[in-house]
Design a binder for this molecule. Structure first.
Ligand code: NAP
Length: 257
């Protein structure tokens, strides 16, 4: 199905990457419904309220589907992150990250799969992260949520392999958006970690949708590290062990700020 024929529910449309994905979708002529905690006041934008951390997420999705029964594509591009040591992680932060980054994706699929099975073609697109493939110090809860998302989408794709629903998973590497605070951006500079502009990531998401790619990891050498981490995790342990003093310095600064 071509992009201009799609009716897309876009989660995270106010975010750094999401805004660029929305721009690309509008440029292709797709019909877009922007879903999030903040409703757009722009006259040309169709937007609906959706809080992914809410207990009544399933009911909110019901309301959206009643208003827009012809949604054939959903892009989950919402997320939250936090940078800090495990001992500094608050309990409410753990719950929030797991519910927005992981639970919401499962609830979303549970809601849309039966509806999409009745359509000729449909797609569920999930934005993961390199950190779902490589556990990184200072991001333990985020990594856990994104690794969970990776596992969930893989299982879902296999469960729906005999249907016409595309399950797509795209893992960007570090990206220059508000998700990364100054400490993280400075740490990335100190570690020599490249950060992509959100426009580039959005274009990659659109491209992988057009090509029906099931799993895409963005960036080099990140793709290589993902491969190495699955094959020889001890090597990656050793390489991250060398970076640990720099990471600890930024973790300490973060705790005292
Ligand atoms: N930036 C990176 O370095 C990076 C790297 C790899 C993967 N990613 C992934 O890419 C996706 C987009 O990230 P980004 O960089 O664009 O982040 P961002 O600029 O911080 O935007 C996050 C988006 O998620 C939405 N969101 C957060 N909590 C929500 C909730 N409870 N209910 C509904 N919407 C919620 C935000 O909406 P409101 O705040 O307006 O409600 C916003 O639209 C995320 O899945 C992220 O994990 C990002």
């Amino acid at each position: 199905m071509k992009l201009h024929e799609r009716k897309v529910l876009l989660l995270g449309a106010t975010g750094g990457i999401g805004q660029e994905v929305a721009r690309e979708l509008y440029a292709c002529g797709a019909r877009v419904i922007e879903a999030g905690r903040h409703i757009s006041r722009e006259p040309d934008v169709v937007s609906v309220a959706l809080d992914l951390s809410s207990d009544d997420l399933a009911a909110q999705l019901e309301a959206i589907s009643s208003e827009h029964p012809d949604i054939d594509t959903v892009i989950h591009c919402a997320g939250q992150n936090s940078f800090g040591s495990i001992e500094a992680t608050r309990l409410d932060e753990i719950d929030r990250l797991l519910s927005v980054n992981l639970r919401s994706a499962i609830v979303l699929a549970r809601h849309f799969v039966p509806r999409m099975k009745k359509q000729t073609h449909s797609s569920l697109v999930f934005v993961g992260s390199t950190f779902g493939h490589i556990g990184f110090p200072g991001f333990t809860t985020y990594c856990a949520s994104k690794a969970g998302l990776k596992g969930f989408t893989e299982a879902l794709r296999r469960e729906l392999a005999d249907t016409s629903i595309d399950i797509q998973y795209i893992a960007p590497r570090a990206t220059l958006t508000a998700m990364n605070n100054t400490a993280v951006t400075e740490m990335n500079k100190a570690l020599g970690t490249a950060m992509d502009p959100p426009e580039k990531v959005a274009r990659a998401i659109i491209r992988s949708m057009e090509r029906h790619q099931v799993r895409t990891c963005l960036g080099w050498p990140e793709r290589f590290f993902v491969f190495m981490n699955s094959l020889l995790p001890r090597l990656v342990d050793q390489s991250l062990r060398k970076q640990l003093p720099v990471i600890r310095k930024f973790l300490k600064q973060e705790m005292s700020s």
